[in-house]
Each structure stands twice: as C-alpha cells, then as structure tokens.
Design a protein. Sequence first.
Lengths: 131, 140
Amino acid sequence: VADEDRRLQLSARLEDLRRGFTANLPSRLLALRSGVLATLEGGEPATGRWSALRGEAHRLAGAGTTFGHPAVTLAAAEVERCIGNIEKIETNQVAWPPGLVAALREAAIALGGLAGTGVEETPVERPEPGA
Amino acid sequence: VNPNPLERILLVEDDPDIRTISLFALEAVDGVTVKACGSGAEALGEAPSFAPQLVLLDVMMPELDGPATLAGLRHLPGLERTPVVFMTAKVQPEEIVRYKALGAVDVIAKPFDATTLGEVVLSIWERLAAADAEAETGEA
C-alpha cells in the first residue's frame, strides 16, 4: 500500500509539473522562433546570441518528450543542430552559407508552428489506481 | 538484499524543469535523499558535506559542463570514486564510449520517462553493488 500511495503521489506531482511546463510551452516556442529569425535577419556574427538560443533549444529538446511533447523534442533538436552548424561557420569566420540559413529558418518556423497546434492540450497519461 | 542501500543522490541539472521532475521521481524512491544542484559549481560546493553515494550529472551545462564537473568531483576528498551517471541526449555509441572513458559508470538517455527514472537508477546501483561484491569475492 505504501508503494502504491507513493506511486500515485508521484504521478500527481508529475502531472502538475507537466501542466506547468505545457502552459509555458507556446510562449517559449514562439520566443525561440522569434529569436532565431531576428538573429538571422541581423545577418551578422552573433556568438553570444546563438549560444543562448541553442541553450534554450537544447532545454526544450531535452524536456519535450519527458513532459509529453515528443514533437517538441524533435523540432527543438533540429533547431539546436542547425544553430550548432551556424556557430561552427562563425568560428571559422566564414559567411553563413545560404543552405544553413534556410535550414535553420525552416527549423525555427516549424518549431514555432507547434505553438499553435494544441501542444497545450496534449493529454497526459495517468495510471489508474491499482494499474 | 543490498548491504549498502542507496540513500544519497546528488542530482546536477541546469534545466529547472528537468531538475524538478528528476527530483520528484528520485525522491519517490524509498529511503533516498536527493540534493539537487543547478550547476556544476554548486555541485562541487555541496558534494563534500552531502557525501553522495551516487551522482547524476547532466552533460551539457553552461560554464562547468558534466565532464568538467566530474573531473572536479574527483579532486574532492571522499568523492574520488563516487559513481557518476551522465544524463544526456547525446547517446551515440562513440559518445557513450567517451563518457565511460571519462569515468562515468553509466549513461541515462534524455528524454527519459520520469515515472521509471527511480527504477533505472536503482538498477544501476544494484549492478554496481553486484560488481563490487564480485570483485571482493575475487580478491578473497
């Protein structure tokens, strides 16, 4: 009984966390998309900004599936990967290749698009008592 | 019965969402106390007094990342051999080889299922205990 109580208590706590994460998700996705697009439009090396944006993409990729949003993990991981490619180019002081810019822009738009596709309504599986 | 039950876990994770969900999941394990740190530097400060039996360490963190934190832990009295498990999304075979070469005893892939994290950690602990027991038998 103690194990069962502990399991149910954990499920309830995890569900609360998931709700909080999910409620903030649309604004985080849109902010990341805006940040990436604005930095690309700036057209200049932006090491510090890329690092911050990549960090946020990394956090979303790492947390998405854990909080019930696998599509966010996939899309954010792609943004993180594309930003990493841009950063490597900047390290070598070479202009951004159009292909990399296009890939990152596409990835950012796709990620931001998830904000309007009901991520906030993703159902959370909760075990039935005794299951 | 493990003669050395897992009682103290040091959790090092910079993402507050993942840190909190991991903390809740690990605290649900019977008899376990968890110290959660948001950075490698904080972990190096807390580790000596907390004396963890196991460290769960995020790999990608700003400033002091997982490998650098692991290296720092190894210089602290009492933590020279404390088992460290990396938590990371980068789990290609060559990356896992690198983590183990750095001294990690295992790797937990992100994203992970929070409802089973405690079981995963306990299974790692049991495996380590079994390996220790086998080594002691071999030495006897």
